[in-house]
Design a protein around this ligand. Structure first.
Ligand SMILES: [Zn+2]
Length: 252
């Protein structure tokens, strides 16, 4: 088999391998997206939980502060009832009123805290529900990925074995060049020579469409030399129909 034909075989098997793997890769990408979404929600949930805890602690403090003031006011009222002078009475009354004003301010603050706490808890609940949905989607994506991987497993093994054989038939330097180009250009690592104008003997590279020098086209038509596009560096091959059409009629 000519060198170009050997390389073409490797290229075609490799293309099939990548085609199969791309199905799993698509499923894998969906899974990664879901997992990222879930991680974002969890971070938000943790922050809301922390806020909720802090607000609860503040609410608790406000409550015990109010309780303390109430006890104090009760005590002052008892003293007020047993006051013996006017001066004593009005001093105690002022004190009661001061405590009452303080109590009002704390109560107002406590109400704000409780409203905020309710809001945060509402957000938490909403987020938990959403999280439940996303967990389902994530699990579904994971199952899909596993299913796709299982589906291609045996065919992929076959193709990989075929690929090893095809690669083994190539000279080491050609294989190395092919592999490194493959990483950069994938499907465009090889390109067919395309006929543009048969009469004028004009042929172009199937990857970049640039007109190819006649000596490259002739080398490909005649067979055993490995040729590359001088513009985009793709390995070139010629399809049988193009080759036959290019040969003088006597040689066909
Ligand atoms: Zn090209």
């Amino acid at each position: 088999m000519a060198l170009t034909a050997k390389l073409l075989r490797l290229y075609q098997v490799d293309k099939q391998v990548r085609g199969l793997q791309s199905r799993v890769k698509t499923a894998e990408r969906f899974l990664t997206l879901r997992e990222r979404e879930l991680a974002e929600l969890d971070a938000k949930r943790d922050s809301l939980k922390a806020q909720s805890r802090q607000l609860q602690a503040t609410a608790h403090n406000d409550e015990s502060e109010i309780k303390g003031i109430d006890e104090h006011i009760t005590k002052l009222r008892d003293q007020l009832n047993s006051a013996t002078t006017n001066k004593q009475y009005s001093a105690l009354l002022t004190e009661v009123n001061t405590f009452k004003a303080d109590r009002g301010a704390i109560e107002e603050r406590a109400l704000e805290t409780l409203t905020r706490l309710e809001e945060v808890n509402g957000q938490l609940e909403e987020l938990q529900n959403k999280r439940g949905d996303i967990v389902k989607l994530r699990d579904h994506a994971a199952a899909e990925r596993d299913e796709k991987a299982a589906e291609i497993k045996s065919r992929l093994e076959e193709l990989q074995a075929e690929r090893d054989v095809a690669a083994g038939e190539l000279p080491a330097d050609v294989l190395q060049e092919f592999e490194s180009e493959l990483e950069l250009r994938e499907d465009e690592v090889m390109a067919p020579i395309e006929e543009m104008n048969r009469r004028a003997m004009e042929y172009c590279c199937g990857a970049c469409q640039v007109l190819l020098p006649m000596e490259i086209v002739s080398a490909s038509i005649n067979g055993n030399t490995l040729t590359k596009c001088s513009n985009c560096n793709a390995f070139l091959y010629i399809e049988e129909a193009t080759r036959e059409a290019a040969l003088p009629s006597g040689k066909r």
